[in-house]
Design a protein around this ligand. Structure first.
Ligand SMILES: [Zn+2]
Ligand SMILES: [Zn+2]
Length: 208
């Protein structure tokens, strides 16, 4: 019988976290924005693009985490052995949970620090400039590797879809964010604009 590869568990944990960032990129690019909007996860994700305050329910995310553990743990155990395989799985799932928190907070909370600023600029360029690029949410690594980086001077945010932290009570952009974002179009949202946003999101186009 083949001996498991002896990888120290700390290295396995880090590799697991890195493994999630690759899974995050591949899932986002090829499943959530893949050819079929009907695939598991794709319709929920495109609904999030159409309606940026919509997030798939927590029970679906918990189910995804359980399914990921069921696949990753046995595989990692075979490759790296019991302890290192478990460390890899904890790194992978831990990073997945962190991704969920960081993605949601990017939408709901203002940036703090350089990483928070980068994460929001990158993710909102993905939402509002080109949903086929900037697929990494927690890291720019895989967009660099696969040449899907997106660099914009200022992210043009449709007023009707503006993140709550970006605008004041009058709907104007807070001056502190004016270097990174500009608001375009009207704040008015009605059935027609909702429909147009859904059409654009399901076709992987940015909102008009
Ligand atoms: Zn988002
Ligand atoms: Zn997306």
């Amino acid at each position: 019988m083949q001996m498991p590869i002896p990888i120290p568990w700390v290295g396995s944990f880090v590799l697991g976290a890195l493994g999630w960032t690759l899974a995050e990129y591949l899932l986002h690019r090829f499943v959530f924005h893949g050819a079929s909007a009907r695939r598991l996860g794709a319709s929920e994700h495109r609904r999030h693009h159409a309606q940026v305050d919509y997030f798939a329910p927590w029970w679906q995310k918990a189910l995804a985490a359980v399914a990921a553990v069921a696949v990753v743990w046995p595989l990692a155990g075979v490759v790296a052995g019991g302890a290192a395989g478990l460390a890899f799985t904890i790194g992978f799932i831990g990073m997945y949970l962190l991704y969920e928190v960081l993605h949601r907070r990017a939408h709901t909370h203002p940036p703090r620090g350089a990483y928070g600023r980068w994460r929001r600029r990158n993710h909102f360029a993905h939402h509002f400039t080109d949903p086929r690029r900037a697929q990494g949410v927690t890291s720019p690594l895989w967009d660099r590797v696969f040449s899907t980086r997106l660099s914009v001077d200022k992210v043009r945010v449709p007023r009707r879809l503006a993140m709550p932290w970006l605008v004041d009570a009058c709907g104007d952009i807070w001056p502190v964010y004016a270097d990174d974002y500009e608001l375009v179009g009207s704040a008015h949202r009605d059935a027609r604009t909702r429909e147009a946003d859904a059409r654009a999101a399901f076709a992987n186009r940015r909102p008009e």
